[in-house]
Design a protein around this ligand. Structure first.
Ligand SMILES: CC(=O)SCCNC(=O)CCNC(=O)[C@H](O)C(C)(C)COP(=O)(O)OP(=O)(O)OC[C@H]1O[C@@H](n2cnc3c(N)ncnc32)[C@H](O)[C@@H]1OP(=O)(O)O
Ligand SMILES: CC(C)C(=O)C(=O)O
Length: 512
């Protein structure tokens, strides 16, 4: 027999309580459709009584979604509950979620009610709701900071009134996993009719423990519903993150022994949608949905993953909706990852010597640039200087000075037949000055018939690729150079073109 854990998503209600995360009706509908594709059991669509706009959102979602239960939050009063019921009228499966605070602090200072009044109002609210709808959830707000015996009396009473789900929130994120799990366990033991309801947890992330507390509520406390949000969105520091609890339950089924109906392959899409809609960027190192969650940057890990994925991955990227895991090439990468990427890019280097020459250039580039893109590698192996054959001209270094209103000056150090030479010049711009600095020494007399610059990957961190076409005595050659510094790329391209002119001249001389 399977033991099922109900996933109750409250992105559209508690998630929207994040300052700045307010969503329009169309946006909420789009997200609700994605939550349905994700196969969450319950979607808390809003708080119908809070405004006409939110009423419309709950109503529209209730009418549109068929496969998940649609829920509206309401205070423990008739007006809010009636509004929720009205908004949910069209739902294939609807739930009213009514709540009232039970902690001494909230009762005295916020509600200004005695415990007896709260007890009575809880019963009346659930009774009223139960007359409008079958599926009623009751939440004891700030439940974790409540007196457990009083809370047990309230829970017993609302279950008698017909509440099917009893939720014990850690409203302010104060709980510690073991203590919270034991609190839920003890509470259930104190409620004589506890088996007539599903027990639920709703944890906030003020101390970064929302996921751990929710899982403890399940494992130690016996809860069978977790309330959570996509990307952990929610009031203040947020809620328990759906993607993390779901993947914890799935990945560690050996420990939890529970089934969840969620289709995990929709997780990344849901995360992106919520992030794009709210403008809340997902941090790269966020579990499951962060850009780095399945990315490997260091050589030893890359080598391990290439040999056997499970050396460094406990989940498969594809299982949560990524197209694949990522090997990110950078300064910490090793030869194996580099060779693998060359293979994937269809680059065939003839000898181990060529591969090692390309790898050395790759490492040198990686010291200057945090991430090496595929385009960088293609430029690198396309760069003539990868060739191991001795070339006439070789780039060494470049310095240039440019300032608004001043004529730029450049000094280029390069090799001619293995000897280092320095060329200096000014020019119309730093590139012009650098190429004139080379030419001041080489005196090729070649005419430049094309100069083009290409940013070869998406950002300003990328390499610039420069193509230079030179013409001399009827011969036309192209030189290509790549470097994050566009002036250096230009000098490399120029020297590369000079090399071709030189070797063609040699060949012509030899033939003649
Ligand atoms: C922990 C949570 O996340 S709870 C959900 C929080 N979400 C929201 O508050 C979003 C929606 N809220 C709103 O739009 C508004 O606050 C409304 C429409 C609900 C109420 O607005 P107002 O009537 O103007 O009241 P206001 O927000 O200023 O104060 C809340 C009132 O509700 C009372 N109240 C708070 N919780 C409850 C409850 N669970 N049951 C009954 N009454 C409650 C407060 O004591 C206060 O009553 P008072 O006006 O007699 O002092
Ligand atoms: C109303 C309840 C469920 C809540 O959001 C909380 O206590 O945090």
């Amino acid at each position: 027999m399977t033991d099922k854990l109900i996933i109750f998503d409250t992105t559209l209600r508690d998630g929207e309580q994040s300052p700045g995360a307010s969503m329009t009706k169309d946006e909420k509908l789009r997200i609700a459709r994605q939550l349905e594709r994700l196969k969450v059991d319950v979607i808390e669509a809003g708080f119908a009584a809070s405004s006409n706009g939110d009423f419309d959102c709950v109503q529209a979602i209730a009418n549109a979604i068929k496969d998940s239960t649609i829920c509206s939050l309401s205070r423990a009063n008739d007006r809010d509950i009636a509004r929720a019921a009205e908004a949910l009228k069209g739902a294939a499966s609807g739930r009213i979620h009514t709540f009232i605070a039970t902690s001494p602090l909230h009762m005295e200072k916020k509600l200004r009610m005695t415990p007896d009044e709260v007890f009575e109002q809880s019963k009346l609210a659930v009774r009223f709701a139960r007359n409008l709808m079958d599926d009623i959830e009751f939440s004891a707000e700030d439940g974790y900071r409540s007196d457990i015996d009083f809370l047990a009396r309230v829970c017993e009473a609302v279950i008698k009134e017909g509440a099917r789900t009893i939720n014990i929130p850690d409203t302010v994120g104060y709980a510690i996993p073991e203590l919270y799990g034991n609190f839920i366990k003890t509470l259930r033991e104190k409620v004589p009719n506890s088996d007539q309801a599903v027990w639920s947890v709703h944890c906030h992330n003020d101390l970064g423990m929302a996921v751990a507390n929710s899982l403890a509520g399940v494992k130690l406390g016996g809860a069978r519903q977790i309330e959570c949000t996509i990307n952990g969105l929610g009031e203040r520091a947020g809620n328990c993150s759906l993607e993390e609890v779901v993947m914890a339950i799935k990945t560690r089924r050996d420990y939890f022994g529970l089934d969840v109906g969620v289709d995990a392959s929709q997780i990344v899409q849901a995360s992106r949608m919520v992030s794009q809609t709210t403008g809340f960027v997902v941090q790269p190192n966020k579990a499951v949905v962060g850009a780095n969650a399945f990315a490997h940057a260091s050589g030893i890990h890359q080598d391990g993953v290439l040999k056997a994925r499970d050396t460094y991955e406990i989940m498969r990227a594809e299982d949560v909706g990524w197209s694949a895991n990522k090997i990110v090439l950078g300064k910490l990468s090793g030869r194996n990852a580099f060779k693998q990427r060359l293979q994937e890019l269809g680059v065939v280097l003839e000898s181990e010597g060529e591969i090692m020459a390309a790898f050395a250039k790759f490492k040198e580039l990686a010291d200057r640039k945090s991430e090496i893109f595929d385009e960088d590698i293609l430029a690198l192996v396309g760069d003539e200087s990868v060739a191991t054959e001795k070339e006439q001209y070789g780039f060494v270094s470049l310095s240039q000075r440019s300032e608004t209103g001043e004529r730029p000056e450049a000094e280029v150090v390069f090799t001619v037949g293995g000897q280092e030479v320095h060329g200096k010049s000014d020019g119309n711009g730093p590139v012009d000055a650098s190429l004139k600095a080379i030419e001041s020494h080489v005196k090729s007399g070649a005419e430049m018939v094309l100069y083009s610059v290409n940013a070869i990957s998406g950002s300003t961190e990328s390499q610039g690729e420069v193509t230079v076409r030179l013409q001399n005595s009827g011969r036309v050659v192209n030189g290509v150079g790549a470097d994050p510094d566009i002036v250096v790329a230009s000098a490399k391209a120029y020297l590369s073109a000079l090399n071709k002119l030189h070797s063609k001249a040699d060949r012509v001389a030899a033939q003649g």
